[in-house]
Design a protein around this ligand. Structure first.
Ligand SMILES: NC(=O)c1ccc[n+]([C@@H]2O[C@H](COP(=O)([O-])OP(=O)(O)OC[C@H]3O[C@@H](n4cnc5c(N)ncnc54)[C@H](OP(=O)(O)O)[C@@H]3O)[C@@H](O)[C@H]2O)c1
Length: 282
């Protein structure tokens, strides 16, 4: 058994490597890849093999002898389809036994703009004929550190997400799920919708932060237009404003609400509640 992990220099990929090791996988059968050579050097301290690997200029020899590729999606939004396609084709030619891909909630049907590249990647992956497992990861708890800081500074979280729910979980939970899928049987050609056990609204997020901070935190819901004006008044770049407003519109449509307990079933424990992750921001 051997494993290649892309994006191992990033947050999720590094946690996947850690989770593989924690599950008893020998370090010398794990190849951690990424572009950042300093991070690769840090990773090699745990005994894993490391390789520089750039999606834009992939080196096929890295894939020789790999049984399992854990393809953590690239963070270069807009370039991900050709990047992922190149990697999948190399894996196919190298006869990699299976590809585990980290995707987005309901990628095949969601209006979430970010998911379009995941949908296209899933289609390429399934069409490649390489056995696959698709992990449609829900949102990370860690995405809300900015909201926590806003709550701490102002006592308010402002958004236009209404009463839409987010099924977030800690990155570590998703990483463990990837390691479980990589090291156990029964996941071939399966697609899992993964999210936290308890979905929350932004009003509930404010209550969670309030409990932790010991001060009152309110969620102030505004229209998408009002949110846009507020973000413009803070001088945020247009692209980021579009992203944030669209994200809240999607949350209001419940696009990030993942039902079922596939994530906790895979990892064999409850997912990490927001309050546990938020404690690390105090
Ligand atoms: N579910 C969510 O809430 C959520 C939130 C944010 C992102 N995501 C997605 O989930 C993925 C993992 O999340 P994360 O938090 O681990 O992100 P991250 O910490 O930003 O890590 C991104 C990884 O992608 C690698 N990468 C980017 N461009 C690359 C290229 N051209 N060639 C090779 N590697 C490249 C980076 O490598 P180097 O640093 O070595 O360049 C890094 O290892 C992201 O890439 C993104 O697609 C999901």
């Amino acid at each position: 058994m051997s494993f290649i992990v892309t994006g191992a220099t990033g947050h999720l990929g590094a946690l996947i490597v850690e989770s593989l090791l924690a599950r008893g996988v020998a370090p010398d059968v794990i190849v951690a890849t990424g572009r950042n050579s300093d991070r690769l050097a840090e990773l090699s301290a745990s005994g894993v093999r490391t390789e520089v690997f750039d999606f834009n200029n992939p080196t096929p020899q890295v894939f020789d002898e790999a049984d399992t590729l854990i393809l953590v999606s690239s963070s270069e939004v807009g370039q991900r389809v050709p990047q992922h396609q190149a990697v999948i084709e190399i894996a196919q030619r190298a006869h990699v036994g299976r590809i585990i891909y980290t995707s987005a909630p309901r990628a095949n049907s969601t209006p979430l703009p970010l998911a379009a590249e995941h949908r296209a990647t899933e289609e390429i992956l399934i069409g490649s004929g390489v056995p696959y497992t698709i992990l449609r990861n829900g949102w990370y708890n860690e995405n809300y550190e900015g909201a926590f800081n806003e709550a701490r500074e102002t006592g308010t979280i402002v958004g236009s997400a209404g009463s839409g729910k987010v099924s977030s979980a800690a990155r570590r939970d998703y990483a463990e799920a990837a390691a479980v899928v990589a090291t156990t049987e029964g996941h071939l050609n399966q697609t899992y919708e993964l999210g936290g056990d308890t979905a929350w609204t932004f009003a509930e997020l404010a209550q969670t932060f309030s409990a932790l901070l010991g001060t009152t935190v309110d969620y102030h819901n505004v229209s998408a237009e009002e949110q846009r004006e507020l973000l413009e008044s803070r001088g945020l770049p247009d692209g980021l404003i579009d992203f944030l407003v669209t994200m809240d519109t999607n949350i209001e449509q419940d696009v990030l609400h993942v039902e079922g307990y596939a994530l906790s079933s895979l990892i064999g424990r409850a997912t990490t509640p927001m309050i546990e992750t938020a404690k690390t921001w105090l």
